[in-house]
Design a protein around this ligand. Structure first.
Ligand SMILES: Nc1ncnc2c1ncn2[C@@H]1O[C@H](COP(=O)(O)OP(=O)(O)OP(=O)(O)O)[C@@H](O)[C@H]1O
Ligand SMILES: [Mg+2]
Length: 206
């Protein structure tokens, strides 16, 4: 009797999620990294930017938008919830939406504000504070988790990548200390794994 071995295979953390870790010593380096990665993003990609206040989510998004060739500087969209960036004419690159859900209090409110409109297969969607609307996003997405170094410059051990631990972290009192950041990119789903593979290759070739 034929049995499909895949049926008996237990899902492992590795089969669900693949991660890549980068470090940055300055805001400029974070923008540069974002620019390299932004060049590789494709229409329909969703990038969820996670990390504490001041981690560098907007800074990294600024690089992504540059790499995507979209027009206009990225400013923190904190008061507008969503900013839209148009591609330069004739480039064939996607529209970029940059959302900040800090003031959203759940998936329901995110739907009311029109989240669905921004999760457009023809656009790239970058989201700060996605945790505010946790279940609202498609399963296939790229997480970017940004950690801030502690007073001693220690970035800590990522261990088994418990995200709720990662996003709390690494602020001494209320103060952000130093410029060192660790950016961990994790792919969830086939599309994001493809993208992470391309990113891994591009960064390795540098
Ligand atoms: N290595 C670094 N990468 C990114 N930003 C850095 C770095 N070092 C210092 N910074 C500074 O940290 C700040 C990051 O601010 P930014 O607005 O990008 O954070 P954020 O995560 O978007 O915060 P918020 O949750 O308030 O939206 C900026 O002032 C930036 O210049
Ligand atoms: Mg921000």
């Amino acid at each position: 009797m034929y049995t499909d071995p895949a049926r008996h295979r237990q899902p492992t953390a590795r089969s669900v999620r693949e991660c890549l870790t980068c470090e940055s010593a300055s805001a400029e380096a974070t923008i540069g990294l974002g620019e390299q990665i932004g060049r590789l993003l494709q229409p329909g990609d969703i990038v969820l930017l996670k990390g504490p206040l001041g981690a560098g989510k907007t800074t990294f998004a600024q690089g992504l938008v540059r790499g995507l060739g979209a027009l206009g500087p990225v400013t923190s969209p904190s008061f507008t919830l969503a900013n839209e960036y148009r591609p330069a004419p004739g480039t064939g690159r996607p529209v970029v939406y940059h959302l900040d859900l800090y003031r959203i209090s759940g998936a329901d409110e995110a739907w009311q504000f029109g989240l669905e409109e921004y999760l457009d297969e023809r656009a790239v969607c970058l989201v700060e504070w996605p945790e505010r609307a946790a279940d609202a996003f498609p399963l296939d997405h790229l997480d970017v988790i940004i950690q801030i170094a502690s007073l001693t410059g220690d970035l800590g051990d990522l261990g088994d990548l418990n995200e709720s631990d990662l996003v709390r972290n690494r602020i001494v009192g209320d103060e952000i200390v130093g410029n060192r950041r660790r950016l961990t990119l994790c792919a969830h789903g086939a599309r994001s794994r493809d993208r992470l593979g391309a990113i891994r290759q591009a960064l390795a070739m540098k």
